[in-house]
Design a protein around this ligand. Sequence first.
Ligand SMILES: Nc1ncnc2c1ncn2[C@@H]1O[C@H](COP(=O)(O)OP(=O)(O)OP(=O)(O)O)[C@@H](O)[C@H]1O
Ligand SMILES: [Mg+2]
Length: 224
Amino acid sequence: MCKILEMTDVTKVYHEGSVDVTAVDSVTLDLRKGEVLLLIGPSGSGKTTLLSMMGCILHPTKGEIKVDGGLVSNLLEDELPKIRKRYFGFVFQAFNLFPSLTALENIEICLRLKHWKKEKIRSEALTLLDRVGLHDRTHFHPCDLSGGEKQRVAFARAMVGDPPIILADEPTANLDSKRGMELLGLLKQYAKEFGRSVAVVSHDVKAEAVADRTIVLEDGRIKT
Ligand SMILES: Nc1ncnc2c1ncn2[C@@H]1O[C@H](COP(=O)(O)OP(=O)(O)OP(=O)(O)O)[C@@H](O)[C@H]1O
Ligand SMILES: [Mg+2]
């Protein structure tokens, strides 16, 4: 299987005053096309830090990161937004929707930010909402949506531009078990139907059922 993302010997050290915290310690892993990779581990084991480095949100202290064969870990800060825009969609635990915008508008604004042509924005936003089963919630505001529905809007937004990689940090943490499974099912469908890659951090044991591979982190290292 082809690799879309490769990390080699990646370390992240946070400097907290005079204290150094090694959050991720010499991690080597890859993300393959069409797979769902699950990252699990205790609180503080470095999952969010690892995912943030995968998504070019955070620079590694040491090590190499390649996206689609190109080295990104040596890029300057102002070159990273372009990479993030082209390759990644992000889903977080908090849904991060604009409360004053409808479900549809929350997606449209993202399409606008990604410089989609004006005349294509409405139909693409509707297609994405349909993909997550929310065609009948188009004009609802976030406060009138359930947690599961809000997360599905957030996922629809992450799919804008069909990014090759979706990174999801505890996307089911605020959902009940049924809604959590629905969301995980949608993530899996995205990987399988569209040949995209998904890396998901989850405490949810049921997430293992949708994952192709599971990596366990402990104290910033991959547990073997
Ligand atoms: N910005 C920061 N500055 C300093 N230390 C940090 C920072 N972010 C995280 N850390 C530390 O790095 C370690 C790993 O944190 P991280 O958030 O990656 O863990 P996690 O596995 O995502 O935890 P959780 O399951 O609670 O979300 C922890 O010891 C944490 O305290
Ligand atoms: Mg975390």
